[in-house]
Design a protein around this ligand. Structure first.
Ligand code: NAP
Ligand code: G4F
Length: 323
């Protein structure tokens, strides 16, 4: 039985990855940080099957200790401060979690067992002010937030440990991916949740920031499969994972309201507090390398994703409010 350690197991991607690896017969270890309240909502349905180990990305010794204790075949480093706006209000902490945290993970692998295969959750935010359209593994980076800057560091330190120590370290440059398990503060979930509430009479208006930015949105469940495929190859590499389709926030809003038969223009207002100090205007990825080498391709498109998320939120809220 193969053993896997997932950091960020309580997050969106960690939960889907754990679902998938349990189905594949892995023994799953999940790294969690200490909290005064449990935050296991996304993995409640599989909590009895997961072996929890406590450590923190800020604490080197705790990471070395759990890697020694588990001695996994594969490590997926998904833990990070992942919300872009918070990276401006907490830039130093973001650098520690999202940037240096990757080095702490890699150092633990290097010290304990260099045969462990390592996956790093890199991001399309690294492209920022994009240098070409669409973005590939060879597109130069120009991050636009402290989060993006920290992810560039995490990406290059992963490449560096691969080249310096011959560690099987792969970096997945994933474009935005969403699901019913997405955090409420991200724009897709914020919108689908608000649409469902408005339909049910629980909310009057939805307040947003920049509706003109464009994103390449895919489905998280499809994307965790790509992570796993990267660690099953003969050699480690970097891969862009994307749908190749780009839509504006406005299009996401329009499609979500239309899903429940409503006209978005009656309910959406702009609030300046959601406008960012620097914006990433357009992201669209070219995943042809992943398609060719990994045999991966996305299964869920934009319209299907909107529908999955709106219907989920609507049904959940209806049930929770006895409507
Ligand atoms: P998420 O839902 O925000 O989950 C983040 C996870 O990191 C949570 O489990 C969180 O644990 C954990 N974490 C944060 N700080 C930690 C620390 N100091 N020590 C230990 N654990 C810590 O993020 P996601 O959407 O699943 O994304 C997974 C990864 O992919 C992240 O690295 C993200 O930056 C990256 N990424 C995401 C996307 C996307 O569109 N979703 C695209 C590209 C890259 P708690 O529950 O304790 O907070
Ligand atoms: O949903 P978002 O907050 O995601 P963002 O900033 O693209 O970052 C996500 O994707 C990255 C991959 O490219 C990940 F690395 C990162 O961890 C995260 O998962 O915002 C998307 C767009 C932005 O242009 C933002 O300005 O939506 C715009 N937006 C407009 N109004 C809003 C809002 N975003 C949020 N969160 N809230 C709003 O009210």
């Amino acid at each position: 039985m193969k053993k896997v350690l997932i950091t960020g197991i309580t997050g969106q991607d960690g939960s889907y990855l754990a679902d998938m690896l349990l189905e594949k017969g892995y023994k799953v270890y999940g790294m969690v940080r200490r909290s005064s309240v449990e935050k296991l909502d996304r993995i409640e349905h599989i909590r009895d099957k997961i072996n929890f180990v406590q450590a923190d990305l800020l604490d080197q010794l705790s990471i070395i200790t759990i890697i020694k204790q588990v001695n996994p075949d594969e490590v997926y480093n998904l833990a990070a401060m992942s919300f872009v706006p918070t990276s401006w209000s907490q830039p130093v902490l973001t650098g520690e979690f999202t940037g240096i945290g990757v080095t702490r993970m890699l150092e633990a692998v290097r010290l304990v067992n260099k045969d462990i295969r390592f996956y790093q959750a890199s991001s399309s935010e690294m492209f920022g002010k994009v240098k070409e359209i669409p973005q590939t593994e060879n597109t130069p980076f120009h991050p636009r937030s402290p989060y993006g800057v920290a992810k560039v560091y995490g990406h290059y330190i992963t490449v560096n440990y691969r080249e310096s120590y011959d560690i099987f370290a792969a970096s997945g440059i994933l474009f935005n991916h969403e699901s019913p398990r997405r955090g409420l503060e991200f724009v897709t979930k914020k919108v689908t949740n608000a649409v469902a509430k408005i339909k049910l009479g629980l909310l009057d208006y939805l307040y947003l920031g920049n509706m003109d930015s464009k994103r390449d949105w895919g489905f998280s469940k499809d994307y965790v499969e790509a992570m796993w495929l990267m660690l099953q190859q003969d050699k480690p590499d970097d891969f862009v994972i994307a749908t190749g389709e780009s839509h504006s926030v406005k299009e996401w809003v329009q499609a979500s309201f239309e899903c429940l038969g409503m006209d978005w223009e009656k309910y959406v207002k702009i609030d300046q507090k959601f406008i960012r100090p620097a914006e990433v205007d357009l992201l669209v990825g070219d995943s042809s390398k992943a398609q060719k080498v990994l045999g991966w391709k996305p299964k869920v498109n934009f319209d299907q994703l909107v529908k999955i998320m709106v219907e989920y939120d609507y049904n959940q809220l209806k049930k929770a409010n006895n409507i």
